[in-house]
Ligand binder design. Structure first.
Ligand code: K1U
Ligand code: ZN
Length: 171
């Protein structure tokens, strides 16, 4: 299994606004399969297409997976939208594209997600807690927004400094 690389901050591709998907092709199905493999391999609980270099509106999510195959139930969502929002929640988030950093982010506590699956069926799901947080995080990726764009300017600049040092040490 050849895994796709996850693009890391500060790659400018993470800032792009992704395009809506108009046609489900075999290539798109293969990308979705690859994204699921990458999500479990990293490991993560979600992954958006721009994180593997595809500027299109699709993400995968599985917030409750375990090591056994039977405990895996990934959802692929195309052209996601949030149709309802309730309450507020603070969650300590991480991101596969923002290495070695977590921070508290304020989000909607419960949401209704709408979108389509790979067979063209409508998806409508009410999510709360971590799943609601993760869906909002993934849709942010499709809009070129990282969770570090939702923290204080001071915290973000401290992280950017740390990341620059890390990249300089790797060079
Ligand atoms: O989109 C991503 O970068 C994936 C990200 C999703 C996310 C995590 C936490 C809050 C909001 C969004 C991750 O999966 S980071 C890794 C992670 O949280 C995790 C990994 C393994 C087990 C449990 C959690
Ligand atoms: Zn992320």
């Amino acid at each position: 299994m050849a895994l796709r690389d996850v693009i890391q901050f500060p790659d400018p591709r993470l800032k792009e606004i992704s395009k809506p998907i108009t046609l489900v092709t075999d290539e798109l199905r293969e990308l979705a399969r690859d994204m699921i493999d990458v999500m479990y391999d990293e490991p993560g609980i979600g992954l958006a297409a721009p994180q593997v270099g595809a500027s299109i509106r699709m993400f995968v999510i599985d917030t409750e997976w375990g090591d056994d195959e039977a405990e895996k139930s990934p959802t692929v969502v195309i052209n996601p939208e949030i149709s309802n929002r309730e309450g507020r929640i603070t969650w300590e988030e991480g991101c596969l594209s923002v290495p070695d950093y977590t921070a508290n982010v304020d989000r909607d506590a419960a949401i209704t997600l709408k979108g389509q699956d790979l067979d063209g069926n409508a998806i409508e799901e009410r999510a709360e807690g971590l799943r609601a947080v993760c869906i909002q995080h993934e849709i942010d990726h499709l809009d070129g927004i990282l969770f570090i764009d939702r923290i204080s300017r001071l915290k973000r600049s401290l992280y950017v400094k740390k990341r620059k040092k890390q990249l300089a040490a790797e060079a």
